[in-house]
Design a protein around this ligand. Structure first.
Ligand code: ADP
Ligand code: MN
Length: 328
């Protein structure tokens, strides 16, 4: 049980709609959601236990009226063609919220990458206007060519982060106090299949040898996880439109090194010794999120639309890992 009046704006959202909240401890996120998203998590819990390791822990649902709303609008940007775009989707107009494990909990300075899956980004309920709009974005981005695109990203660049260079200013907001560069949703839209590695490389700032070693380890970990996710979904009859792979790793390289030592020396605890409130430090995490438009469809075969994006992601991670190992 927790006090919903103490929910605060979740500062570690990499993409998506406004309105994601977190509790005081930071262990959970509370997110406005569709009924379909709750159903999806419930169906996973009852019928697809093999998916559980790849999703945030589902803790239930909450009704929060807008009066207790602590979120704020995060504004708009002027795009190069002169139109105005919201930086984030508008907060869903719903009281229905989902309570989930916060994937970024346990990290000191999480680097976060949201990869939005699918060339088709709409489900059967979408109106023609929405289908046309999303089909256009897909055709103009790697959503169409690779089956996924970078939807948003946050990277920690140290206590005194560098200024954002001129050519990136329309895509990146500097969070000076936090030490972060926050990449908006237009950033990932500029890539093609030919230059997509640049986006992934920006997720792995690596000047020092320690950062390079960390990148190799984390790339290998992400590759393994994404392949596992791909394999379980190859055996499922699901349809997920605009779900995401969320990749997170420890952005503070000293903390990363330290956590490795802590985890190495930590002896397995017995059940009753375990302190439930203790936060286990993490090195990296890769989970599937965002099931606003996801269902299971018996008899229809695997979700090739989402699988294409998973396979492309694995191919890119493998290419970057091979290169990193060759350069080492
Ligand atoms: P939508 O895109 O519909 O707004 P998402 O489920 O994709 O909703 O959530 C938006 C963002 O919030 C994601 O890009 C991610 O950074 C963050 N987020 C969502 N769920 C979690 C979670 N369980 N743990 C950590 N971060 C999350
Ligand atoms: Mn999303």
């Amino acid at each position: 049980p927790f006090d919903s009046s103490k929910l605060q704006v979740f500062g570690n959202a990499a993409a998506g709609h406004d309105g994601v909240l977190s509790d005081e401890s930071g262990a959970i996120v509370v997110k406005p959601c569709t009924a379909a998203e709750i159903s999806f998590y419930e169906t996973v819990a009852s019928s697809h236990p093999d998916l559980l390791p790849h999703l945030p822990i589902f803790m239930g649902q909450l009704s929060l009226d807008s009066a207790s709303d602590v979120s704020e609008d995060t504004g708009t940007i002027q795009t190069s063609d002169g139109t105005t775009e919201r930086l984030h989707g508008k907060k869903l107009a719903t009281d229905l919220h989902i309570v989930l494990e916060n994937i970024t909990h346990g990290f000191k300075k999480p680097n976060i990458l949201d990869l939005k899956l699918g060339a088709q980004l709409w489900d059967d309920n979408a109106k023609p206007e929405k289908r046309a709009r999303l089909d256009k974005v897909s055709a103009e981005t790697t959503s169409g060519s690779l089956g996924f695109r970078i939807a948003g990203m946050r990277t920690w660049l140290g206590a005194s982060p560098p200024e954002v260079p001129e050519e990136l200013r329309e895509y990146v907001e500097l969070d000076k106090e936090g030490g972060y560069w926050a990449y908006n949703k237009m950033y990932g839209r500029k890539f093609s299949a030919e230059d997509i590695d640049e986006g992934f490389n920006a997720f792995f700032p690596q000047k020092s040898e320690a950062e390079k070693a960390r990148a190799r380890e984390v790339l290998a970990y992400f590759l393994g996880e994404v392949k596992d996710i791909q394999e379980v979904f190859e055996a499922k009859e699901s349809r997920m439109y605009s779900a995401s792979i969320l990749l997170v790793y420890e952005g503070d390289v000293d903390e990363y090194e330290n956590t490795k030592k802590v985890l190495r020396s930590a002896r397995p605890e017995t059940e009753d010794e375990e302190d439930e409130d203790e936060t286990v430090p993490k090195l990296a995490a890769a989970k599937l999120i965002d099931f606003a438009h996801a269902t299971f469809v018996a008899g229809k075969g695997p979700d090739e639309n989402a699988l294409k994006g998973m396979r492309s992601t694995a191919t890119i991670l493998k290419r970057l890992l091979d290169k990193a190992e060759k350069d080492a």
